[in-house]
Design a protein around this ligand. Structure first.
Ligand SMILES: *Cc1c(COP(=O)(O)O)cnc(C)c1O
Length: 360
């Protein structure tokens, strides 16, 4: 063991000291003008970083990313819609499950693990009466980043309402809501935002607000119209994860000060550093279309991928991210998000080197 535990999982991730120190404070009462001011700032900063249209609004939902996905589906679609779902892994599959639960007619584009979505594949769904599309910009389970410019064009020309889960892409890869014609964007606190888990953020364009206004939502907590109403004065209908929202405020200010491009370049640089160095070792990348956030690796040694996770955890005090289901023995993932730098990757690379030397 050499030094403190490192976490290269894909959320929750390592947090900066300045963010952690907010977490130890007492929680302030939040129905105050001061907290409303913080929330208004949060809304403006999130919109700016997401490249959202001027008239868009942000819903602050206390709940993990999946709660954000569920809120988006419930408030955007009904039995009258016909939704195209991209299923390239477990997060795409989650959108299918949500459509099933809420009886929303859907059809899937099923991709193999690591397979990018191509233009020719997508074009087959043109002119077929789809009214909505659900996609994870980055399918975190396999590390694939989809071409959002292409998907945006497809949705524009087919008049499809586009809902994008950019939970693990935001601040790791460029997100451009208006440019890509995204109607509703889903974000969450514990990925590249590098905050504690527990908050989701939905950025709604004009059309998303119209859809939410007409939706018959069979839930109290997940009704977007309530959040929009209270959000006008910087409040939420129910008690939010107050400390995470204070941490969000600091984190967004830090990002804007550093420059959004610089922050994304930093994450990109770490992914390149790791990928360049792993080339010398018996691992193969699962996808030819990787995000900056994650590298999904297939061991070529014949050993189970899960063994690497276990050995790194038990013998080196390092967490990487194992896969589950059919990919459990085939793939493990290394994240490039959160408070990590080259020094930390050197420790991981050395550990991987030793494990490989051992003949695993
Ligand atoms: C992490 C993640 C989520 C949210 O998962 P939770 O465990 O509910 O926070 C959703 N979509 C993607 C693409 C993710 O990476």
């Amino acid at each position: 063991m050499s030094g403190e535990r490192l976490n290269f999982a894909v959320g929750p991730v390592m947090m900066h000291e300045s963010i952690r120190s907010i977490g130890k404070e007492q929680i302030p009462y939040f129905r105050t003008p001061e907290f409303s001011g913080v929330m208004k700032e949060n809304e403006g900063m999130l919109k700016k970083i997401a490249g959202a249209p001027k008239e868009s609004r942000v819903v602050f939902l206390t709940g993990s990313g999946t709660a954000g996905m569920e809120m988006a589906v419930m408030n955007s679609f009904s039995q009258k819609d016909k939704v195209l779902v991209v299923n390239g892994g477990s997060f795409g599959e989650r959108f299918e499950k949500l459509c099933g639960i809420y009886k929303i007619p859907w059809e899937s584009i099923l991709l193999n693990p690591g397979e990018p979505l191509t233009k020719s594949c997508l074009e087959q769904y043109s002119g077929r009466g789809f009214t909505g599309m659900l996609i994870n910009m980055h399918e975190t389970s396999t590390g694939v980043l989809y071409d959002m410019g292409m998907i945006g064009d497809f949705c524009r020309s087919n008049h499809i309402f586009l809902v994008v889960d950019a939970i693990s892409a935001f601040l790791a890869d460029r997100v451009a809501m208006e440019e890509w014609g995204i109607g509703l964007l889903i974000l969450s606190s514990q990925k590249a935002l590098a905050l504690p888990p527990g908050m989701s953020f939905l950025v709604l364009g004009e059309k998303a607000m119209q859809r939410a206004g007409k939706a018959e939502v069979k839930s109290l907590y997940f009704r977007i119209t309530e959040y929009l109403k209270d959000g006008e004065c910087g409040q939420t209908p129910y008690t939010p994860a107050v400390s995470v929202l204070l941490q969000l405020n600091l984190r967004l200010k830090q990002v804007l000060e550093m420059g959004i491009e610089n922050e994304i370049r930093r994450v990109h640089g770490l992914s390149v550093y790791f990928r360049e160095n792993i080339k010398k070792m018996p691992f193969e990348m699962l996808t030819s279309s990787p995000s900056n956030a994650v590298t999904a690796l297939v061991p070529l040694t014949g050993a189970s991928a899960y063994q690497y996770f276990e050995k790194l955890d038990k013998e080196y005090d390092i967490w990487v991210c194992p896969n589950s289901g059919a990919l459990k023995d085939k793939v493990f993932r290394v994240g490039h998000i959160g408070e990590v730098g080259q020094k930390e990757y050197d420790r991981l690379l050395n550990a991987l080197h030793e494990i490989v030397e051992e003949g695993i």
